[in-house]
Design a protein around this ligand. Structure first.
Ligand code: DGL
Length: 274
């Protein structure tokens, strides 16, 4: 029997499951391995060097598990590590492997949603400090003005299952107010963090209905489908058994308990050392 060649999906913890969920919905025929580095999450406040080292280790682990294509389903890791991995590590050590991130697919289309040309980006401190969104958006839509807001409390709210609580309102309103102080003309907001789709109902409470909220899951799934169509040589190296396996660098039990919130289905993970 041929060995499985799953598509690897990596995140610092649980958040990437919101992306994997949409990828599996769109492309159920492929095999997938999800790897969450829960032992070292969150990445949001860590330095460039640390995020790069952790991400590279995780990507290499997925390569060793026979993944030829890896999606970094984490904004912080995409912002801080992807470029180096693509331009240095793949070229030197893994010329047949490919790694894609979650920032570019959103930046490629955001300009089509905004009429005012004022776009808001919400993300972790790391993602915002990297300026990855403004830099990428400028390449596709140079006329668009980007306003960013770091929301360091939002990931902990989700991770601690407080995202539906009244106290979550305080932090969500505070960051949205800050964002709109930067520009009152923002008509499109990118949820530039894997956890934020879980906060969407709360976010909607504090913004007008007319504002487009872009969450990444569906956009990344669409972009992956398009990538596989355009790269038949890679598509043929992704096995089609429809199996999804989950791995975590921390406790299996805690992962299984929390993962359901993000994936909407029961998950049975195995521990893996990174
Ligand atoms: N997955 C991360 C992101 O999308 C959020 C969690 C973290 O800080 O590690 O930015």
């Amino acid at each position: 029997m041929l060995r499985k060649q799953p598509i690897g999906v990596f995140d610092s913890g649980y958040g990437g499951l919101t992306v994997l969920k949409e990828i599996v919905k769109k492309l159920p025929q492929y095999d997938y391995i999800y790897l969450g580095d829960n032992a070292r999450t969150p990445y949001g406040n860590r330095s460039f060097e640390t995020v790069y080292q952790y991400t590279l280790q995780s990507v290499e682990k997925l390569f060793s598990m026979n993944c030829n294509l890896v999606i970094i389903a984490c904004n912080t890791a995409s912002a801080k590590a992807l470029r180096n991995i693509q331009q240095v590590d793949l070229q030197k050590k893994y010329p047949d492997k490919r790694v894609l991130g979650v920032i570019r697919p959103t930046t490629e289309i955001v300009g089509k949603y905004s009429k005012t040309g004022h776009v808001g980006v919400l993300g972790t401190k790391g993602t915002v400090a990297s300026n990855s969104y403004p830099i990428e958006i400028e390449k596709f839509f140079p006329e668009v003005k980007v306003f960013q807001e770091a929301c360091p409390m939002w990931v902990p709210l989700v991770e601690n299952n407080e995202y539906k609580s009244d106290s979550a309102d305080y932090f969500i309103k505070k960051n949205l107010d800050h964002l709109f102080e930067k520009s009152s003309e923002i008509d499109t907001i990118i949820l530039g963090c894997t956890h934020y789709p879980l906060l969407i109902e709360k976010i909607k409470k504090f913004i007008p209905d007319s504002i487009h909220l872009l969450s990444q899951g569906e956009i990344v799934a669409e972009s992956l489908a398009d990538y596989l169509k355009r790269h038949p040589e890679m598509e043929s190296r992704c096995s089609k058994g429809g199996v999804v396996d989950f791995y975590t660098s921390d406790s299996e039990e805690s992962f299984n308990q929390s993962a359901t919130i993000f994936f909407d289905k029961e998950v049975k993970a195995k521990h893996i050392a990174l």
